[in-house]
Design a protein around this ligand. Structure first.
Ligand SMILES: Nc1ncnc2c1ncn2[C@@H]1O[C@H](COP(=O)(O)OP(=O)(O)OP(=O)(O)O)[C@@H](O)[C@H]1O
Ligand SMILES: [Mg+2]
Length: 238
């Protein structure tokens, strides 16, 4: 699903959280959203999730305008977006596999396929021997992988990750980002991840959108496109 922000502003009362945001994310891209605390990163993800509405401008997901689309259109889009957060947001009195089953229920996943889907995603995040445990029995790294398994189960076309490594140590942070990177490659899911972890961002050759005070101050996409074009034209010259 293609994602387009067109001149988007978001105000919370007198607070201007996002100002004139313009960018496009093509299906299958991996994008880091970086910027200081309070810059507007989470606000941007909430807009994509349709939890809040833009004050001005338009957000298009899969060519549907999130402000103008019908309830059914918006629900259909929402079902194709998986999300993970810094604090995991798992349900504490349900086991890991029950957490996953619940989110499959919510999107009306075919009942007869639920069990196989849980096997698949638990396996994908390497939590096979933890599936019957409750969140309080898992480590931080395991909890985030469980949250990722839950997000993956609905077969999302877009995964939004809001500071997913915020509570993880270095090793677990890398582990999670590698998983996301593999999912991006193998499942062709778009990944949009906010992060303060500059080391991870700098080590990976992914698109970066930097936000400061509600404005995009840098989008590495324009450079990448130009670089690819240059390489392409050089090949032709040879
Ligand atoms: N519900 C709200 N009501 C009023 N102001 C809000 C609300 N949510 C966010 N804001 C303000 O909007 C601005 C952007 O907040 P946001 O949570 O998007 O920042 P962020 O970049 O995600 O920060 P962090 O890196 O700390 O998570 C902040 O100034 C914040 O105080
Ligand atoms: Mg935030």
């Amino acid at each position: 699903m293609k994602l387009v922000f067109n001149n988007v502003d978001k105000n919370y009362g007198v607070i201007s959280a996002l100002k004139n945001i313009n960018f496009t994310v093509e299906p299958g891209e991996f994008v880091f959203i970086v910027g200081p605390s309070g810059a507007g990163k989470s606000t941007l993800l909430k807009l994509i999730l349709n939890q809040i509405k833009p004050s001005n401008g338009e957000i298009m997901v899969d060519n549907i305008n999130l402000t103008l689309g019908t309830k059914q259109e918006i629900d259909n889009i929402r079902r194709k977006i998986g999300v993970i957060f810094q604090d995991y947001q798992l349900i504490m009195d349900k086991s890991i596999e029950e957490n996953i089953a619940l989110s499959l229920d919510i999107v009306s996943f075919p009942k007869e396929k639920i069990s196989a889907k849980i096997d698949e995603v638990i396996n994908q995040v390497n939590l096979n021997n933890r599936r019957f445990l409750f969140p309080s029995q898992l480590s931080g790294g395991e909890l985030q992988r469980a949250a990722l398994a839950r997000a993956l189960a609905i077969e999302p076309e877009i995964i939004l990750a809001d500071e997913p490594t915020g509570n993880l140590d270095n090793e677990n942070s890398w582990n999670l980002v590698k998983l996301l990177s593999n999912i991006n490659k193998n499942n062709h899911a778009t990944i949009i991840m906010t992060t303060h972890n500059q080391e991870i961002v700098n080590s990976l050759d992914k698109r970066q959108i930097e936000i400061k005070d509600g404005e995009i101050t840098h989008d590495s996409n324009s450079h990448q496109k130009k670089a690819k074009k240059d390489i392409h034209s050089k090949k032709h010259e040879q």
